[in-house]
Design a binder for this molecule. Structure first.
Ligand code: UDP
Length: 500
C-alpha cells in the first residue's frame, strides 16, 4: 500500500494502539504510530489510547498532531496508588505491580472507545495494537469485530525469555544445584541462571501478585492475531526463531524503532515531554571537548537505579579509570525516585574533583541520550540493557557494559554479551556487589585500547550497519518497512500465516 494523499474517510483504515503505562513502552508505540503514518499516509488514522498524564507526554512528543491521542479516564487513588500516578517511572518497584493490576481498569473505557470509533467510521478499526501487558484487548477486539495484535517493545530474544520464564517458572522445578536451568522454547544447551531473574520472578510461585498479573496477560497475548516486535530478524536471528516458534503466530519485525531527531524547547525533550537535566547543546559542547571514542556514557534508563553502596563503588571506579564520563544520576534505590539528587550520595569531593579535571559531566534527571550516543567522542555505554537503550547504542556502533536491573534486561544483556559479542557484563541486579577495582577493569576492557574493546566495537559497528539498513527508507525501505507492509496486508486480509 502506498502513502496516499487525499483518500476519503471511507477508504481510511483506523488503527488503535494501547501501550502499557511506562516510558519505555510509550516511546516505541509513538514511534511505531509515526512509522505507520509515514508509510501509509492518509490511508491510515492512528489513535493511541492512554491515561490523561501519559496523553500529555505523548502530545508534547507529537507537536504536529499526526497521531490522535485519546484519554482513557484513570484515577490512581482508586487502586491504592498515590494520587496522579499513571506511569511506572513515578513509582518505587514495590508499588509497580499495583499499577500493572490497575491498568486492567482501562478495559471498560477502551471498549467504549472502540465502539465509538466503529460507529463514527461505519466499521470497526482495522486492528488494535496492544501491549503484551494489555492483552485483555483481545477480549475487546473479539467483542467489537476487530483483531488484536500484540506489540512487544522489547527485542525478540528478551521477549521470548520473558514470556517463557513467567509462563513456565522453570527455575522452580530445575534439579540443578548450580542455579543453571534450561528454558522451554530455547535450545537445551542455552542455559539461564537464577541470577538472571529479578527477585520477584525468582520468588514467584504462580499465586503471588506478580504471577497473578503476568501469567494470564501473557497467556492472553499468545492468543492474539499476531505479534509485532521491536527488532530486526537480521540482528538477532536466534531470538526471532525462538519467539516465532514460541508464539506460533506471525511475528513482524518492524524495528528496531529508532526515534527521529528531537528538539529541546524551553529545556523540554520534545520526544518525551521530560525536562532535560542538561541542555543538548551544553552536553554536545562538553563532548566536543573530549577526544574521539574516549567517553563512557552511563544511564540506567527511565525508571531503574542502583543502590547507594553500588553508586559509591561505581563513582570511585570511574575516577580510578580516568576515562571521561557522562553519568545520568537518579536517586539510589530506596529513596524518592522523583526527589532531588543529594550530593552526599556520591563520595566526598567526587563531583568537584571530576569537574576540575574535566573528567565527568553529571546529569541530574534526563539526558539527551540519542545525541550522546551519536557523538564521535562516545566510546561505550554502561547501561541497564533496556532494549531501547541497547538498540540506540548499537545503531551508532557503540558497544555496551551491561548492568541489568529488572524486567527482561538480564536476558538482553545475555544476548548482547554471549550471542552478539557487543557487551561485557559488569553487574547483575540491584543487590550484586560491584567493587571499584572491578569497575575500573571492565571500563578499561570495554572502552580502552585493548583487543576485546576493538572486537566489541567492530561487532557493534556491524550490528549498527544492519540496524540502519533495516530502518532505511530508500528503495522501498528496509526490513522494518517491509514487515509493516506484510503486517497491514495480513490484518487487511485477515490471513494469519507464520512468516516463512
Ligand atoms: N532516555 C533518555 N534520557 C535519559 C534516560 C532515558 O532519552 O536520561 C531514553 C532512552 O533514550 C530510551 C528510553 O529513555 O529511549 C529508555 O528505554 P529503555 O528501554 O532503554 O529502558 P527503560 O527506561 O524502559 O527501562
Amino acid at each position: 500500500m502506498a502513502a496516499g494523499e487525499g483518500e476519503d474517510k471511507k477508504s481510511q483504515q483506523h488503527i488503535v494502539m494501547l501501550p502499557f503505562l511506562a516510558q519505555g513502552h510509550l516511546i516505541p508505540f509513538l514511534t511505531l504510530a509515526g512509522n505507520l503514518r509515514r508509510r501509509f499516509g492518509a490511508a491510515v488514522t492512528v489513535t493511541i489510547a492512554t491515561t490523561p498524564l501519559n496523553a500529555r507526554y505523548l502530545r508534547a512528543a507529537d507537536p504536529q498532531n499526526h497521531i490522535h491521542i485519546h484519554e482513557l479516564p484513570f484515577d490512581s487513588s482508586d487502586h491504592d496508588l498515590p494520587p496522579a500516578v499513571e506511569n511506572t517511572e513515578a513509582l518505587p518497584l514495590r508499588h509497580v505491580i499495583k499499577l500493572f493490576h490497575a491498568s486492567a481498569a482501562l478495559e471498560t473505557p477502551f471498549r467504549s472507545l472502540i465502539r465509538r470509533i466503529s460507529v463514527a467510521d461505519g466499521r470497526p478499526p482495522l486492528c488494535i495494537i496492544s501491549d503484551v501487558f494489555t492483552a485483555w484487548a483481545n477480549d475487546v477486539a473479539a467483542a467489537t469485530g476487530t483483531v488484536n495484535v500484540v506489540f512487544s517493545t522489547g527485542g525478540a530474544y528478551g521477549t521470548a525469555a520473558y514470556i517463557s520464564l513467567w509462563q513456565n517458572l522453570p527455575h522452580r522445578t530445575s534439579s540443578s544445584d548450580d542455579g543453571n536451568f534450561s528454558l522451554p522454547g530455547f535450545p537445551a544447551a542455552h542455559q539461564f541462571h537464577v541470577s538472571h531473574l529479578h527477585p520477584y520472578l525468582r520468588a514467584a510461585d504462580g499465586a503471588d501478585d506478580w504471577s497473578r498479573f503476568f501469567q494470564p496477560q501473557i497467556g492472553k497475548s499468545l492468543k492474539s492475531f499476531g505479534w509485532l516486535c521491536n527488532t530486526a530478524a537480521e540482528i538477532e536471528s536466534l531470538g526471532f526463531e525462538i519467539l516465532k516458534n514460541y508464539v506460533q503466530k506471525s511475528v513482524w519485525c518492524v524495528g528496531p524503532l529508532i526515534i527521529p531527531a528531537r528538539t529541546a524547547v524551553a529545556g523540554i525533550d520534545s520526544r518525551t515531554g521530560k525536562k532535560f537535566g542538561v541542555s543538548p547543546e551544553d552536553c554536545l559542547r562538553w563532548l566536543d571537548g573530549q577526544s574521539e571514542k574516549s567517553v563512557l556514557y552511563i544511564s540506567f534508563g527511565s525508571q531503574n537505579t542502583i543502590g547507594l553502596s553500588q553508586m559509591t563503588e561505581l563513582a570511585l571506579g570511574l575516577e580510578d579509570s580516568r576515562f571521561p564520563f557522562i553519568w545520568v544520576l537518579r536517586p539510589p534505590a530506596g529513596f524518592d525516585v522523583d526527589g532531588e539528587f543529594r550530593r552526599e550520595w556520591l563520595p566526598a569531593g567526587f563531583e568537584e574533583r571530576t569537574a576540575r579535571k574535566n573528567q565527568g559531566l553529571l546529569v541530574r534527571g534526563w539526558a539527551p541520550q540519542v545525541e550522546i550516543l551519536g557523538h564521535r567522542s562516545t566510546a561505550a555505554f554502561l547501561s541497564h540493557c533496556g532494549w531501547n537503550s541497547a538498540v540506540e547504542s548499537l545503531s551508532q556502533g557503540v558497544a555496551l557494559i551491561g548492568w541489568p536491573l529488572a524486567a527482561e534486561q538480564g536476558y538482553n544483556c545475555k544476548l548482547l554479551a554471549e550471542e552478539m559479542g557487543v557487551c561485557v557484563e559488569l553487574g547483575r541486579g540491584a543487590e550484586c556487589e560491584v567493587g571499584r577495582e572491578e569497575v575500573r577493569r571492565v571500563v578499561e576492557t570495554a572502552a580502552g585500547g585493548g583487543r576485546k574493546a576493538a572486537e566489541m566495537r567492530r561487532r557493534a559497528a556491524e550490528v549498527g550497519r544492519k540496524i540502519r539498513a533495516a530502518v532505511a527508507e530508500d528503495g522501498g525501505g528496509g526490513s522494518a518497512w517491509k514487515a509493516l507492509d506484510d503486517f497491514i496486508a495480513a490484518v487487511g486480509g485477515r490471513t494469519n500465516l507464520i512468516v516463512p
